[in-house]
Design a protein around this ligand. Structure first.
Ligand SMILES: Nc1ncnc2c1ncn2[C@@H]1O[C@H](COP(=O)(O)OP(=O)(O)O)[C@@H](O)[C@H]1O
Ligand SMILES: [Mg+2]
Length: 286
């Protein structure tokens, strides 16, 4: 498969305050490749760094260390990002129709009215939404309009950051089916970001598990056969939000709660071990 994006040791540190005392490592030493035509899911708890990683991989923000390469030059101008907060992506002074059609207009793509109505129908929206302003529609409706806007310009890479977070279960299923069908028909590359394990199971071909800014496990069949101790607990729903979790600056970040920890885990960060069809950051596999 053709590699289209490569992140090498990508790290993002946010500094808060003038003295930069308060540092937050949002993404740490991530090595990742994206392949043409695949669906890659980034799965992790809220705050694990998923959105920051996506912004880095799409070159929306610059890494503190490391670099991102677009290996397929045809990607430039052909990427659509469906952001986690669709409300920020709409001009409040524009009616929905204008916002929706803007990317197609820029790319000089002609859209038949019937085609547009058909699209709206597929995501369970009524055509009268076109004449409303963003503040007159719900978050879930805006999320679906944002999705249509993201696909209308025929991107090669579609990145969806928690695209169904504001939808009820049935609309969520509708949107996922819409995405899967679109992917099949257009041989689209899809990056799907979520904290929802069940959703990830449905859509994933390859899955990356994030924990405190790191990809601790990536590959296929993760749901059937998780290897990292964190992944195992997380997939079973046995990770509770930690109040006073201390992240060791030298050892493994999962040390404090890991059921399989050993001495070395406290002192040294695990390397990324490369197994068949799987990469894992854990001393058990090093
Ligand atoms: N612009 C920013 N300034 C400071 N900290 C940030 C910024 N963006 C994200 N963070 C922090 O980085 C961490 C990862 O955030 P984010 O990438 O949004 O995670 P996720 O998408 O997995 O919920 C969080 O602790 C968040 O508070
Ligand atoms: Mg996010």
């Amino acid at each position: 498969m053709q590699e289209i994006v490569r992140g090498i040791n990508v790290t993002k540190i946010f500094k808060k305050g003038i003295l930069s005392m308060n540092k937050r490592i949002a993404v740490e030493r991530v090595n990742i490749s994206l392949f043409q035509g695949e669906t890659l899911t980034i799965l992790g708890e809220s705050g694990s760094g998923k959105t920051t990683l996506v912004k880095l991989l799409l070159k929306i923000i610059k890494p503190t260390y490391g670099e991102v390469l677009f290996l397929d030059k045809g990607l430039i101008g052909n990427i659509s990002l469906l952001s986690q907060h669709p409300e920020k992506a709409f001009d409040p002074r524009w009616k929905i129709q204008r916002s929706l059609l803007e990317p197609a207009k820029i790319k000089k793509i002609k859209l038949e009215e019937d085609f547009l109505f058909g699209l709206l129908e597929k995501v369970n929206l009524n055509m009268d939404i076109l004449n409303r302003y963003p503040h007159e529609v719900s978050g879930g409706e805006l999320q679906r309009i944002a999705l249509l806007r993201a696909v209308i310009s025929n991107p090669r890479l579609l990145v969806c950051d928690e695209p169904t977070s504001m939808l009820d279960a049935s609309t969520q299923a509708l949107i996922i089916n819409f995405l899967l069908k679109l992917k099949r028909e257009r041989h689209l590359t899809l990056m799907f970001i979520t904290h929802d394990i069940e959703l990830a199971k449905v859509i994933s071909e390859r899955t990356a598990i994030m924990y405190y800014g790191e990809i601790i496990e990536i590959g296929q069949n993760i749901f059937k056969e998780p290897l990292h101790p964190y992944t195992k607990l997380f997939l079973k729903g046995e990770i509770k939000p930690q109040e006073n979790l201390f992240i060791y600056s030298t050892g493994c970040k999962f040390y404090q709660i890991c059921p399989s920890r050993e001495r070395i885990c406290l002192h040294k960060r695990p390397p990324l071990s490369i197994l068949t069809n799987r990469k894992v950051k854990c001393w058990l596999y090093a």
